[in-house]
Ligand binder design. Structure first.
Ligand code: FES
Length: 125
């Protein structure tokens, strides 16, 4: 039921792990399936210089995390926020309908991590 791209990405995920002293951390979950995704960002001058993830979830969630963290590296925060779950699905060459929510987790985790970064920045200012 998965595209070759999903299976390849799942078998060799990129950016697995945690960034120590990350500038932004986003944790999101889906109550229905119980899967959890955590995204860590290193940000310099509003550009994402590094991104990693830890995902407790299904094949599609892990493939989505891997491809989404690849997509946002080198992007400004504004550009990263424009990456939606549909872009993640496209990059994965499709997801089965019942697995679309897994790509939504990636979009949400990135948005949360950027929000966390902005909140921390405001507190420091
Ligand atoms: Fe819920 Fe994939 S089944 S994240």
């Amino acid at each position: 039921m998965y595209s070759k791209k999903v299976l390849d990405t799942f078998a060799n995920p990129k950016n697995v792990g945690e960034i120590e002293n990350a500038d932004g951390v986003g944790t999101v979950g889906n109550a229905k399936c119980g899967d959890i995704m955590q995204v860590f960002l290193k940000i310099e001058n509003d550009v994402i210089v590094d991104a990693k993830f830890k995902t407790f979830g299904c094949t599609a969630a892990i493939a989505s995390s891997s491809i989404a963290t690849e997509m946002i590296k080198g992007k400004t925060l504004e550009e990263a926020l424009k990456i939606k779950n549909a872009d993640v699905v496209e990059a994965l060459e499709g997801l089965p309908p019942q697995k679309i929510h897994c790509s939504v987790l990636a979009e949400e985790a990135i948005a949360e991590a950027i929000k966390d970064y902005r909140e921390k920045k405001e507190k420091r200012a």
